[in-house]
Design a protein around this ligand. Sequence first.
Ligand SMILES: Nc1ncnc2c1ncn2[C@@H]1O[C@H](COP(=O)(O)OP(=O)(O)OP(=O)(O)O)[C@@H](O)[C@H]1O
Length: 257
Amino acid sequence: MTAPLTILEVKGLTKSYGAVRAVDSVDLHIDRGEILGLIGPNGSGKSTFFDCTTGLAEPDTGKVLLEGTEITNWPLNRIAREGRMLRSFQKTVVFKQLDVEENLVIAGQMFAFPSVASTFSFGRAARDRVAGLRRHARELIELTGLGHVAHMPAGNLSGGQQKLIQFASMLMPDPRLIMLDEPMAGINPKLIERVVDTIQYANREMGVSFLVIEHNIDVVTNLCSRAIVLDQGRKLCEGTPAEVIANKDVREAYLGG
Ligand SMILES: Nc1ncnc2c1ncn2[C@@H]1O[C@H](COP(=O)(O)OP(=O)(O)OP(=O)(O)O)[C@@H](O)[C@H]1O
């Protein structure tokens, strides 16, 4: 049986916080191998959309399907482990005292072992599995350009480098879909190029699909084949980045006229 063309389908997703309708009847689909942008003004519902599709918040109504399987209200860890759909947060989280390689190996262990207790096994199979994770970690460290700092504590590195560690950690379990919440926020132009290259490499060579929240329109244009614009919780427009940028409503609501 061939795998479905649509990797993620969201139907009529709605979420209110008190009187605020943060996400209002939003439909969205991501095709296998696609990099889709999710953009819009502050407070337009982008992060809430992520929360409701990745098990961090319960939608009021709507459905989330991953390759045809309904995952609405699955908990975050089940979506990550079983669904191999991962997400990042605006705040970068790394193990600051551990070096870069250990950060990646630990991320891999969370997925490669059936339980936390089993990661402490000293059996042959467990040692082989950790050796495999270490090899994979080294490849990803080279790919993200962190080779020269691989054995430095993550906490001693810049915010941009920590973002790259977080991103490389997300690639450790060979995910099928990654949702990135503002991956370029607060990083310098040189590292932006590096993050863009790494996302494109993971997409092309590892077959990872992406949904990316991003305020940098040049990045969206460079990276995404399609973009969806939210405004006040509703879908305002959908199309190629060029179509979205040219849209009058988008210019008024988001891009400054
Ligand atoms: N936990 C919460 N409790 C109450 N209101 C919330 C909560 N989370 C989000 N909201 C509200 O929902 C609306 C959408 O917020 P959300 O963070 O999803 O927007 P966003 O597009 O991600 O914004 P930004 O670009 O600033 O990150 C906002 O009005 C926000 O104040």
